[in-house]
Design a protein around this ligand. Sequence first.
Ligand code: ADP
Length: 450
Amino acid sequence: MFEKILIANRGEIALRILRACKELGIATVAVHSTADADAMHVRLADESVCIGPPASKDSYLNIPSLLAACEITGADAVHPGYGFLSENARFAEILADHNLKFIGPKAEHIRLMGDKIEAKKTAKRLGIPVVPGSDGGVGPEDDAMAIAREIGFPVLVKAAAGGGGRGMKVAETEADLLMALSTASNEAKAAFGDASVYLEKYLTKPRHIEIQVLGDGRGGALHLGERDCSLQRRHQKVWEEGPSPILSPEARAKIGGVCAKAMQDMQYLGVGTIEFLYEDGEFYFIEMNTRIQVEHPVTEMITDIDLVLEQIRIAAGGDLPCTQEEINIIGHSIECRINAENPETFRPSPGTITQYHPPGGLGVRIDSAVYQGYKIPPYYDSLVGKLIVHGKNRPECLMRLRRALDEIVVDGVETTLPLFRALARESDIIEGDYHIHWLEQYLAGKPAKT
Ligand code: ADP
């Protein structure tokens, strides 16, 4: 097992990793930018190192600084969390060159899944159903119109290097296609330095359902059920729950089995998420994330498996925690991502938290790194914390969620709490009847189901 882990992240996920390390008896090193000197992850870690000025590129993304911090503290492994360097294959390789363990998948798998065109080809080869679309990238030499006609409009132009919903444009009709191609490609070039794009059938009312997987890197792999992340704004998840309100145990076992088998064939190592769109009873692969995800607590609550702890154990050469048959889905869980943003305009609202009272009681979990008097810096994401609720079934979970949302106090900054209080009382949500465009239609004041 590792003796000392350097946590190359900040905020709630740094704290989450720290908790797993404490339970495993592993010493922790926090790193921080000058803007995060007072952050909770710095206070709770055994040691801390300042790695640069506020801008992420100079601190949390600064590989030489992180290597120096490992060297100074004698850390033997690095946990990247999510975001920042978590899906950077080169970082994983550089750590290996310095005899440091990267707590994550093999570099080749990070690279493969980071290119969405290659990821889709790999998924297809491994027997995972994919969204109908172009076979690979669509360049100037290709007849994009012919490909789009074959797929059928509307089509979605997507960036090969895409992430966070960027570099994605819908072409409703033939007249929109050329414009969508150039906008998506320019956006991708600006955001990711890679202009390649591909085409996909645009599904009109799918749900976003993702399967959590865990592999030992030696051909053993499990699936831990699904999370339904259909409530999104600008392709960003807002509310996640598991199990999906609409998936039967048979459908879960079937798609989960396909994913676990694919991970066995790849000899995948660590945690991963295989994301699908689900429409009319069919699953369509969109991408795979080779890291721990923001919404991982939903799965932890319904399987009673500590994913971060298992991630660390497996990176140190450990075995899978159980067999597939031993995994049971227990009750229901919902996560709300509470952001410091105006609940109507979603404009970030950094500033000082003047009052903070987290909710408690049976089935209520808060993953957050804020405290009363904490100043949310303007440089990073605006996540205040995640409220995760568990109940023995969905109605009980919603009941506890409404109670917890009414109890929590975060003053001094604007938050998205009023939105969640309203959502938890909406009839479509209570009935579990929503798709990936529901939230935007609701926010625009249109009847959400049409
Ligand atoms: P990113 O890596 O930018 O997050 P994804 O491929 O994971 O991109 O897609 C993000 C979201 O965009 C999905 O959850 C879904 O809401 C929407 N989306 C992606 N592909 C399609 C598609 N073919 N049809 C309709 N919506 C899509």
